[in-house]
Design a protein around this ligand. Structure first.
Ligand code: HEC
Length: 137
């Protein structure tokens, strides 16, 4: 009986349920489970892939702030199609929060930093362009 119980605990711990993600506020960067694995051909394509795999879960596919986990965040991502926000922010500020994360700019720490994009200005610029595009409707 004791061995069976121990096994159950070990198996349960090994499988987990993803809830450990919540500890730091942001999910760890992970490769996509589904979709294409081939290398993106252009910075724009890379930005679209990054949005789908690393941003849309919180921000929603069209940046409306309606991603699958948005409702569970203490501070929810805003609706990027809001014309007032689009007018009030700058491209530099958008790029800055993408690379340095929310905590570094006095915003919610749930918005993860992407230091890996610090020397990928081409990709960051495409992400900024995508977010600007969410305002054009
Ligand atoms: C774990 C959830 C999460 C992920 C993943 C995430 N964000 Fe965010 N993001 C947020 C939250 C929450 C805020 C709002 C922060 C605040 O207002 O204090 C935010 C804010 C932003 C802002 C600033 C908007 C403003 O209010 O000025 C931009 C731009 C942004 N995110 C882009 C991105 C991009 C691009 C990615 C992917 C590389 C991404 N985010 C990934 C949660 C997330």
């Amino acid at each position: 009986v004791r061995i069976a119980w121990t096994l159950t605990v070990v198996v349960a711990a090994a499988c987990g349920d993803g809830s450990d993600r919540a500890a730091g506020g942001a999910p760890a960067a992970a490769p996509p489970l589904f979709g294409e694995a081939r290398a993106p051909a252009t910075p724009a394509e890379e930005a679209r892939q990054i949005w789908q795999t690393s941003c849309a879960g919180c921000h929603g596919p069209r940046g409306r702030g309606d991603g699958a986990v948005a409702a569970s965040l203490a501070v929810r991502p805003r609706d990027h199609s809001d014309p007032a926000w689009q007018a009030a922010t700058s491209d530099a500020a958008i790029a800055d929060v993408i690379v340095r994360g929310g905590a570094a700019v006095g915003r919610s720490p749930a918005m993860p930093a992407r230091p890996d994009l610090a020397d990928r200005r081409d990709v960051v610029d495409e992400l900024v362009a995508m977010i600007r595009g969410f305002g054009a409707r």
